[in-house]
Design a protein around this ligand. Structure first.
Ligand code: SAM
Length: 249
């Protein structure tokens, strides 16, 4: 998978060299290219922002550098390569969910446009929406100073779904929000050795070796945690995904 990130803070993306994503890059699973937006400015101050039309506080990112940068990035695709999905981080976008991460993980090429200030001149989004699949995406209902941290979040969520990135491919299948039997349920508690720590033991069932009982226990714990922390997710569960244990809980 190829990932391009256009930003005025390339150094903010340095964590993409670390850990799981860094290893995926080193193994060639991910081809990450970070570009400095200011390389596409032509004035002495490398200006990327200007005052907003209509007045108001804050600055808006100018369309010209974004247009030149994106044209060049798009033109750098291999011959015959599909167009990328353009991922525009913004608090006013669709929520970034595990479902969207799974969808994006199936794409060969993603281009991210993390902004600063009050965001990017709207015409840039409109221009590229005419020829690309453009997704405006929010990582949560809060406002950050820039889109670089959201890009780190999205890239990590997508990268760990790519074949060969996680040591154990099955390990994301039981995650919170993973599609399947546990869809829309949060993952329940997890334990490891030692069997006793500060007087606290391990739930007996996990030591039983009985796969059916363990699966049932995990499902009930997931359900209880979801009811406690995110009751609105239970509402979204398909009725056939719930059973009499859940209703009793
Ligand atoms: N004025 C904008 C608004 O209220 O929607 C907020 C702009 S924010 C200060 C600057 C940039 O940070 C955004 O354009 C976006 O790239 C990024 N950003 C901030 N919060 C975000 C979030 N929750 N999800 C995704 N990107 C976000």
């Amino acid at each position: 998978m190829r990932l391009d990130v256009v930003t005025i803070f390339p150094e903010y993306l340095e964590p993409l060299d670390v850990s799981l994503v860094g290893k995926a890059r080193a193994r060639g699973v991910l081809d990450v290219r970070v570009h400095d937006l200011r390389a596409w400015t032509h004035d002495r101050h490398h200006t990327v922002d200007d005052t907003p039309y209509g007045g108001g506080p804050g600055m808006v990112m100018k369309p010209e550098p974004w247009g030149e940068a994106l044209d060049e990035v798009l033109a750098s695709g291999e011959p015959g390569q599909d167009s990328p999905v353009l991922v525009v981080p913004t608090p006013s976008g669709q929520p970034f969910t595990q479902e969207l991460a799974v969808e994006l993980a199936g794409k060969p090429w993603l281009v991210f446009t993390p902004a600063r200030y009050e965001g990017i001149d709207r015409r840039v989004i409109e221009e590229y929406a005419e020829r690309l699949d453009v997704r405006e995406v929010s990582i949560g209902d809060y406002v950050l100073a820039g889109g670089e941290a959201p890009v780190l979040v999205m890239v990590e969520a997508v990268a760990r779904l790519l074949p060969g990135v996680l040591g154990n491919a099955a390990s994301h299948q039981d995650d919170s929000f993973a599609p399947g039997t546990m869809a829309n349920l949060l993952e329940g508690p997890v334990y490891t050795k030692p069997p006793e720590w500060r007087g606290r033991g391990i739930p007996e069932v996990l030591l039983s070796g009985h796969h059916g009982r363990i699966a049932r226990w995990r499902r009930d714990q997931a359900f209880a945690r979801t009811v406690g922390n995110r009751p609105e997710l239970v509402e979204r569960c398909a009725p056939e995904a719930l059973d009499k244990h859940d209703r009793a809980a």
